[in-house]
Design a protein around this ligand. Structure first.
Ligand code: ADP
Ligand code: MG
Ligand code: MG
Length: 211
């Protein structure tokens, strides 16, 4: 069974940062086509900042660490994603409270809190061609799997598949939020860059926890 303390979460952050670093050209290209081209710079800057603050994050209890992550991201990352991810982590911190570690059920609650914070803050729903389209099906797949009493491994794999399918579903969507809605074709025919980087985060989390 999985267990996430600050130590595991920081290890995961380092892996996501690597994954984001490696996909600079791809993410930049997607945001150049559908938006203003800066999504990779924004998200990469945020994760680099977290890695720079690794020792500080490791010294904090899980909930305080999530709050700090939210504050670091808010103050570092420009664009929509800074505010959205910042709110997500701060909301997750409230769900964690004083707990020192997460099991799969708390992880599910934390991801749901993040998702709800993003939807509220961005005034957005599924099918608007945003990062929500990776996260919503992922969280729902995890919830379903836990309801069906699947073990941690299978539940996490279901979540990962939900994220991947959700990310891919943004290709044919017309944007309702984000800069893609100002494009003449509303971004149709291209994945949403924010959905791709959200999918990376969920995929890397699953791979890390299932390794
Ligand atoms: P900006 O669009 O301000 O340049 P980024 O390029 O960093 O910011 O992030 C763009 C991504 O943010 C989009 O691809 C989309 O996934 C997500 N996004 C934009 N607006 C919203 C919103 N209102 N709700 C949820 N996600 C959003
Ligand atoms: Mg952008
Ligand atoms: Mg921008």
């Amino acid at each position: 069974n999985i267990k996430i303390t600050s130590k595991e979460y920081v290890e995961y952050i380092e892996l996501v940062t690597k994954k984001i670093e490696e996909n600079k050209d791809y993410i930049t290209k997607l945001d150049s086509i559908t938006g203003d081209g800066d999504h990779w710079v924004n998200i990469n800057m945020g994760f680099q900042k977290l890695v720079e603050n690794k020792e500080l994050l490791l010294s904090l209890k899980l909930g305080d660490m999530f709050k700090k992550i939210g504050m670091l991201i808010m103050s570092t990352v420009g664009g929509s994603s800074g505010v959205l991810y910042g709110s997500a982590f701060i909301s997750a911190a409230k769900t964690i409270g004083d707990k020192e570690e997460m099991d799969i059920n708390l992880l599910c609650d934390v991801l749901e809190a993040e998702l709800n914070a993003i939807m509220e803050r961005g005034n957005a729903k599924p099918n608007f061609k945003t990062m929500i389209d990776s996260m919503y099906p992922a969280v729902n797949a995890l919830k379903d799997a836990l309801d069906k009493k699947l073990d941690d491994y299978d539940a996490l794999q279901a979540m990962k598949q939900g994220a991947i399918d959700g990310m891919n579903s943004t290709k044919d969507m017309e944007a309702v939020r984000g800069r893609a809605c100002y494009q003449p074709n509303k971004g149709v025919g291209h994945l949403d860059p924010g959905a791709v980087t959200m999918c990376y985060q969920l995929e890397v989390l699953v791979d890390y926890l299932c390794k």
